[in-house]
Design a protein around this ligand. Structure first.
Ligand code: URA
Length: 185
C-alpha cells in the first residue's frame, strides 16, 4: 500500500462512530522518512478543526520541548492512536483503537522509524505493554523488533500537573541523544 492510498483510505474512513462527529480526520504530519516518530492519543478540538496533530494547547507545550532539546518538528513524524476526535475528548474506547490501529501500523511500516516515542499512557499501554505505568516507566526504552520504544508524559498531563515537567525534559533529552546516536552508529 502506498502512502497516498493509506491516507485516502484513512481520511474517508467510516469504520467507527467517530466519523459522524469529526470535522477532519487527523492522519498525521511530518517527515515520512523520519527516524523518530511520536504517537499521541487522539485529536482534540483544534486538531479536529485543522486536521493537524498537536496544534492545540498541549501541542504548543510539546513544541516547546522539541525546541528545548533541539528536535525540529518537521524532521519527525507525529501521529495519534485514533485519527478522529472522541466527543468531549473522552478516552479512546478499546473498540475504536482496534478499528484504527491498522492505520498506525501501516504508517509505521511505511516510515520505518528507528525510534517510537509514545506520548502518554494510552499509546504506551497499546504499543508497549498492556500494564504500562507511565509514572514508573516513562523514559525507559524497550527494544521492539526493528525499533526501540519509550513513553513520555502526555503534554496535556503536564498542563494539569506542572511538577512532572522536569521529568519530561529529562526524558526528551534522552530522546534527542538517542536520535543523535543513530547518525554516529
Ligand atoms: N492530544 C493528542 O494525544 N493528540 C493530539 O493530536 C492532540 C492532543
Amino acid at each position: 500500500m502506498t502512502w497516498q492510498e493509506l491516507e485516502n483510505e484513512c481520511i474517508t474512513c467510516r469504520k467507527c462512530e467517530l466519523c459522524k462527529t469529526r470535522t477532519n480526520t487527523v492522519f498525521g504530519a511530518g517527515n515520512k522518512n523520519a527516524d523518530l516518530m511520536f504517537v499521541g492519543e487522539a485529536p482534540g478540538e483544534n486538531e479536529d478543526l485543522t486536521g493537524i496533530p498537536f496544534v492545540g494547547r498541549a501541542g504548543k507545550l510539546f513544541d516547546k520541548y522539541l525546541e528545548a532539546v533541539g528536535i525540529r518538528r518537521d524532521s519527525v513524524y507525529i501521529a495519534n492512536m485514533l485519527k478522529c476526535r472522541p466527543p468531549k475528548n473522552r478516552d479512546p474506547l478499546p473498540s475504536e483503537q482496534d478499528m484504527c490501529i491498522e492505520y498506525l501500523r501501516n504508517q509505521v511500516r511505511l516510515i520505518s522509524p528507528k525510534l517510537i516515542v509514545c506520548l502518554g499512557r494510552i499509546s504506551a499501554i497499546r504499543l508497549i505493554d498492556p500494564h504500562f505505568m507511565i509514572t514508573r516507566q516513562h523514559g525507559i526504552w524497550y527494544k521492539k523488533g526493528s525499533f526501540e520504544m519509550c513513553a513520555v508524559y502526555h503534554p496535556s498531563l503536564l498542563l494539569r500537573d506542572p511538577r512532572k515537567k522536569e521529568d519530561m525534559l529529562t526524558d526528551m533529552k534522552v530522546v534527542k541523544a538517542k536520535l543523535d546516536a543513530l547518525s554516529v552508529n
